[in-house]
Every structure is written in C-alpha cells, then in structure tokens.
Ligand binder design. Structure first.
Ligand SMILES: [Zn+2]
Ligand SMILES: [Zn+2]
Length: 345
C-alpha cells in the first residue's frame, strides 16, 4: 500500500485563472516511479502559454502543478527501480510520453505517437510538475544523474535541451555558415552557447532588448542586432539556419526573408504567428521548415555532459518558490534576463 505526502505546490485550477501556491498531495512511488525532492525549477515562456490558454485550447485536465524544468534529489523509489538510488541528484526529462510506442521506446518521448490521446505534454504540462516540494516521476528512465548545482541543472532540461535538439537537427553546417538566433531569453542564450560549442557557424543574435543582446554577446554571439534594425539583415547575411524562439508574424517573416537557399527555418517559439507557405512563396529554394518540440532522452544526456564539461552556463535569476506568480508576471513583461529559477523552501 502506498501513502501520500503533503507538499507546497504552484497549481493551476481554472483556465485563465492565476496559479496559486497551495498544499497538494504527492503519492509515494510504485513500480517504475521515482519521487524526486525538488531543489530547483525553471520558469518558462511555455508556462505563460498554458496560463493564457482558453478553456478547451489545451488537452490538459485541471488542476495540476506547473513546472517542467526540474532538478532535485531522489527521495524514494518504486519496487522496480534499479538505475537510481535514494539521495542521488538528478534532472528530470519532462516530455513524458506513453512509454510504449516506438518513439517512446527509442527515447523520443517528445514525439510520442500517442500524444494526442494522452491529455498531457509532460511534467507540469497536464501532469503534476516540479513547482512543488516533491514531484512523482513516472519512470526512472526520465532521470539523468548530475553533480551540477541544481539551479544550473534545472534549466538544462528545456532551455538547454530544446535548442540542442533543434541544432542537432540542422545537420553539418560548413565553415562559412551563419546562424541567426531570434529571441535571446532562457532558450536563446543557451542556443548561442550551444552553436558556439557544436558548430563553426557565425552566430547573429536578434532581440528587441539591448540587455538581451549584451547577454548574447557574453554567451559568444559574434553580433547582436536590435529587432527594429533587423531589416538591414535582409540585404547582408543570408543565414544557413534561423532559430526563431519567438514565433510571431514579424519574426517568422524575418526568418523567411533572411534564409539562404537550402537553409532551415526552425520555429521554436509558440508566439502564435503564421507564415503562409507556397511554391513559390516566402521561403527560398530548398528551404526546410521545422517545428522542434523539446528534445529526446539521448539529447538530454548530451546537454548535461556539455554543461558538466563547462560548455554551458545558465544566466539565472534565483527566487523562492513563493515568488512564482510574480516571476510569471516579470517574464511576461520582459523583465527577466536569462532564466528565473525557483527554489522550494
Ligand atoms: Zn519550457
Ligand atoms: Zn509513446
């Protein structure tokens, strides 16, 4: 028989309602499950998309605990768990899938074949996530051990993983290649570092904020361009890839207009913009358009290894878990540089 424990948690209980810090119950782990004591949890723009969603827009059942970038310590394990031990420090792979389909068996739970019928996208996205004292992880395969500081480790699971997955999908970029990073927030500033670590490309960052461009340069960007002046890019550089972390009409149009023939426009931001594809149309010949979602389990192992090798450094704004609602507000208003990471008391 399994018991439950009470935990403080940031819960969403009504669509378009404010999330609340409240008491929630977390069940003890059974079978393949692992209970993780949360040490740090990142605040992501996709949390805002959940908070802003109209009833029926997302397939998630309420209420649930938010938070999908999680680092912590193994607190308890189910009877079948053999690959992690109590007390071990881990990060949590968030895009939990059905666990049964070919994609899930291959570690590509982010592209689970049964996603549409699951009613969730993963931890903190329809399932109870990590903005809490504890989180119940459905399988130990979703944990990656790491000795990194938890506030550095937590953002790797999305802000690091998602751009890594997108960059891995670009294939080989040649010596004279150039890549644009549009939107230098939590994901974008790590995208710049990943591009510098993994590719020979010239990296150009685009953002509406000067301080974000300063951060991009500090992360290794060769050039920072204010979004208002980005039309100048249309005449000059033609990019082998554009990583759009914003996804509005404006940024999609910019990406299409600045892409080199045969280049890749990767849309990561869920800004709600539209790009009408035609042939001929806004994209150059040979262009590829990709819509990466999160990343695979092998990708997360690679990202953690890069961070442990000193190749990734997350710019964090660390706050107590009780500041969650304020943090959402600050993120929405563009007052966050890098990643807000919440720490349960
Ligand atoms: Zn996210
Ligand atoms: Zn699946």
């Amino acid at each position: 028989m399994t018991g439950t424990r009470k935990t403080q948690a940031v819960r969403l209980s009504t669509w378009r309602g404010l999330p609340e810090l409240t008491e929630a119950e977390v069940r003890d782990p059974a079978g393949d499950e692992v209970l993780v004591e949360v040490e740090a949890v990142g605040v992501c723009h996709s949390d805002l998309h959940v908070l802003d969603a109209l009833p029926g827009a997302l397939p998630y059942r309420l209420p649930f605990t938010l938070g999908h970038e999680i680092a912590g310590r193994v607190a308890a394990i189910g009877a079948h768990v053999q690959d992690v031990t109590i007390g071990e420090r881990v990060v949590v792979y968030g895009p939990w899938g059905c666990g049964q389909c070919r994609r899930c068996l291959a570690g590509q739970d982010n592209y689970c074949d049964h996603r549409a019928g699951l009613g969730w996208s993963g931890a903190g996205l329809g399932r109870d996530g990590g903005m809490a004292g504890h989180v119940l992880v459905p399988h130990s395969q979703y944990l990656v051990p790491t000795g990194l500081d938890a506030t550095q480790a937590a953002p790797l699971t999305d802000a690091g993983l998602t751009p890594y997955h997108a960059i891995a999908g670009l294939g080989d970029l040649g010596e004279d290649s150039a890549v644009a990073v549009v939107g230098v927030g939590g994901l974008g500033h790590l995208a710049v570092q990943l591009l510098r670590a993994l590719t020979p490309s010239r990296v150009v960052a685009v953002d509406t904020r000067e301080d974000a461009l300063d951060l991009a340069r500090a992360c290794g960007a060769h050039e920072g361009v204010l979004a208002g002046q980005a039309t100048a890019l249309r005449e000059g550089t033609r990019f082998d890839a554009v990583l759009d972390f914003v996804g509005t009409d404006t940024t999609l149009a910019l990406g299409a207009a600045t892409l080199r023939a045969g280049g890749t426009l990767a849309v990561l931001g869920s800004g709600g913009g539209h790009l009408t594809i035609g042939k001929p149309g806004p994209l150059p010949q040979g262009a590829r358009l990709t819509l990466p979602f999160w990343g695979t389990r092998p990708d997360l192992h690679a990202v953690v290894a890069l961070a442990e090798a000193g190749k990734l450094s997350v710019t964090t704004d660390v706050r107590p878990l009780s500041d969650a609602v304020q943090a959402f507000d600050d993120l929405r208003s563009g007052r966050v540089l890098g990643r807000v990471v919440l720490v349960p008391q």
